[in-house]
Design a protein around this ligand. Structure first.
Ligand SMILES: Nc1ncnc2c1ncn2[C@@H]1O[C@H](COP(=O)(O)OP(=O)(O)OP(=O)(O)O)[C@@H](O)[C@H]1O
Ligand SMILES: [Mg+2]
Length: 280
């Protein structure tokens, strides 16, 4: 279990997180949602031990701030929001970085291939990472994380995937594929903490949702209790409609286009962008 209490983070001279409480249980997909700049990535960086914070955070009872890097690496894998590589690594080399020596045994070669297949990149091993598309690179990074914590349980102790916007660059098929990997990881006993912007995927795949606003938890609970039009309108400043899927299974979360603020063309400086898009 991941347990965080009263997390405060200061970056520069600004307080970014103002006392966040969060619990992410093994066996569940926990989604963190919230607007740009609300503090989601900062929270994840604190909970992965990457940045200093005040408050208490434990992963399976281990104090995150005081743990050794190898201790954390054995228990959780981290997919950052963006990852750039300075050197011309092949896909195989990037995914191999996820193998934690001493845990996998052998050279983990088969696991690299397996992980790449899992993210639909079978056959990409020899390609150069920098020559891949944005979505392909994102899936390579996920394969690297999967390689690191392939088995959701290590000696019966749950491992965790920390995923910062894992599907942000992906097409619809691969969004589903990656969310299914996350859900399957949780179903097999691991834990998943995923930052999401897609509210429909959140409704479909999350067991628990934490809605962040201005560095504070605005609401937390099951998707139907958190993804209400009232909560979302307040936090995202956007009129929303909540409905059910056409087959009656699951929720639909949509912006209310009719109620959304129209663009004020009179006060738009030149209207150039509109001319450009209409080809005039
Ligand atoms: N290194 C830093 N120094 C100063 N301020 C920072 C730093 N990193 C982030 N911030 C600020 O902290 C706030 C939260 O940033 P964070 O990256 O956590 O947002 P987020 O919720 O992940 O947003 P997004 O959805 O755009 O990824 C922002 O206002 C950002 O400008
Ligand atoms: Mg972010």
């Amino acid at each position: 279990m991941l347990k965080a209490e009263n997390i405060h983070v200061d970056l520069g001279r600004k307080t970014i997180l103002h006392g966040i409480d969060l619990a992410a249980h093994a066996g569940r997909v926990t989604a963190i949602i919230g607007p740009n700049g609300s503090g989601k990535t900062t929270l994840m960086r604190a909970l992965t031990g990457e940045i200093a914070f005040q408050g208490s955070a434990t992963l399976n009872g281990v104090d995150i701030a005081g743990a050794q890097p190898w201790q954390l690496a054995a228990m959780r894998g981290v997919l950052p929001q963006s990852a750039t590589l300075a050197f011309p690594f092949t896909v195989h080399e990037v995914v191999r970085l996820g193998l934690t020596s001493g845990i996998m045994g052998a050279d983990g070669g088969d696991l690299v291939i397996e992980a790449l297949k899992a993210v639909d990149l079978g056959g990409f091993e020899a390609r150069f990472y920098q020559e891949l598309s944005g979505g392909e690179q994102q899936r390579v990074q996920l394969a690297r994380v999967l390689c690191q914590v392939w088995e959701p349980l290590l000696n019966d102790v749950p491992r965790f995937l920390f995923l910062d916007e894992p599907v942000s660059s992906l097409d619809i098929k691969h969004q589903l594929q990656i969310m299914r990997i996350a859900a399957d990881y949780a179903a097999r006993g691991g834990g998943v903490l995923a930052i999401m912007h897609d509210l429909n995927l959140t409704a479909a795949f999350a067991d628990h949702v934490v809605l962040i606003s201005d560095g504070r938890v605005f609401a937390a609970g099951k998707p139907p209790d958190v993804l209400t039009s009232g909560n979302l309108e307040r936090v995202y400043d956007c009129p929303m409609r909540i409905g059910s899927a056409p087959d009656g299974n699951g929720m639909l979360v949509l912006p209310d286009l009719a109620a959304a603020q129209p663009i004020d063309h009179q006060n738009h400086a030149s209207g150039d962008w509109n001319d450009a898009t209409s080809g005039r």
